[in-house]
Design a binder for this molecule. Structure first.
Ligand SMILES: [Zn+2]
Length: 191
């Protein structure tokens, strides 16, 4: 990952401003930015007896970018995130570590796409964090259910009719996919 400027760090820290009212989501994002999660690479720097290799694949150095993004064992999850984004935005937006880890989007991404993408990425990362130090890769169904939970939270915490309508408008492409219904047993499940 390239060296970030002070402005980029600040932008990343404030990336969820205006996107979610959930403090837990903001906290979860900041934990990644501040490197709160201890990776094997970092643990090895502290305790030389700790194996610095990734606990999932066991072959690569377990540094931050590898653990959250590069590891082959979690590729299916990021592939699903990518596919969801492309469907919702109706155009191809390639994910990168800058986006997946720091929520730093290129200026070419529309604001609406960035808002939804931020919560989908956050859902994926939170699922990975739930299985920290585990070889398990979260399924597509888990991702879709988590994203739907986040959508519901935003709608329920909306304090005005105007805000609720704006949220429904923003999430229209997602809701049009009917993933939430399918994942509850009324259609095809995706993995
Ligand atoms: Zn790995």
């Amino acid at each position: 990952m390239p060296r970030l400027t002070d402005e980029q760090w600040l932008k990343s820290l404030n990336a969820l401003r205006g996107i979610t009212s959930c403090f837990s989501h903001v906290e979860a994002h900041k934990k990644v930015v501040y490197r709160w999660y201890l990776t094997p690479h970092r643990l090895n720097k502290i305790y030389c007896t700790v194996n610095p290799k990734c606990w999932r694949c066991g072959t690569h150095d377990g540094h931050m970018t590898h653990i959250w993004w590069e590891c082959e064992a979690i590729k299916p999850l990021w592939t699903q995130v990518q596919a969801l984004l492309n469907t919702i935005a109706n155009e191809t937006h390639l994910l990168s570590p800058m986006i997946a880890l720091l929520l730093l989007f290129p200026d070419t991404w529309r604001l609406e796409t960035r808002k939804i993408a931020s919560l989908i990425i956050l859902a994926a990362r939170n699922l990975l964090a739930l299985h920290w130090k585990d070889t398990y890769c979260p399924t597509n169904k888990e991702l879709i259910d988590k994203v739907y939970q986040y959508y519901q939270y935003e709608v329920l915490s909306s304090d005005s009719y105007v805000k609720t309508r704006k949220l429904e408008e923003l999430w229209k492409p997602w809701l049009a996919l009917n993933y939430h219904r399918k994942s509850k047993g009324r259609g095809v499940v995706h993995d």
